[in-house]
Design a protein around this ligand. Sequence first.
Ligand SMILES: [Zn+2]
Length: 220
Amino acid sequence: MPSISPNKPYRIGRSRTGLGLFATKPIKKGARIIRYFGPLLDSKKKEEDEIENKYLFELTNRWTVDGSIRENVARYINHSCRPNSESDVKPRKRKIYIRAIKNIEPGEEISYDYGTDYFKAYLKPIGCKCDSCEKKRTKKRAEARAERLRLKEKAERKAKRKAEKLAQEKAKDQEKAKEKAKKKNGKANGKYLNGSGRPKPAGKKVVAAKRKSSAAPLYA
Ligand SMILES: [Zn+2]
């Protein structure tokens, strides 16, 4: 890791994606923070045009800065979709500066937008890990969770209503069955007219009385 003079307003530190550059002092909006530098590559020279790495910074159609060298501390600055800095390119001077576009507090990570080409080539395939995209992802996950919970509760309410309806229908059926049974009993009562549902055992007494009366003339 390259050493940084202690009066510079930044340091290299751990970030979400590996290393990053962090403010150590307040940085005012508009201030130049650091120069992004490295060998100039001439696209007209075949061997220079063939160089490929993640730290190439195109100045013009012809000139590109190769920022992959160790001394280029600015290469530690991570991309952000909602950055606090920007690249300030001076094509004629063939220089690139990173400039604050917001007031930056000590401890804050310094970031700038790498641009659409870089984003498409390197970030989109793996998913951008910048604060803004992470927040969006977190929000989406929370929303998806809330939606799943909502659907689950809806399904549970529906199941509960269905169970209640079934229970009501069952109760109604039982009520109906009872009603039917009662009506049947009622009919039976009407037939025998004694309330017991059985014919009156009328014969016994009469028979006994008959016997008594038939036996009486024997001793008379
Ligand atoms: Zn992003």
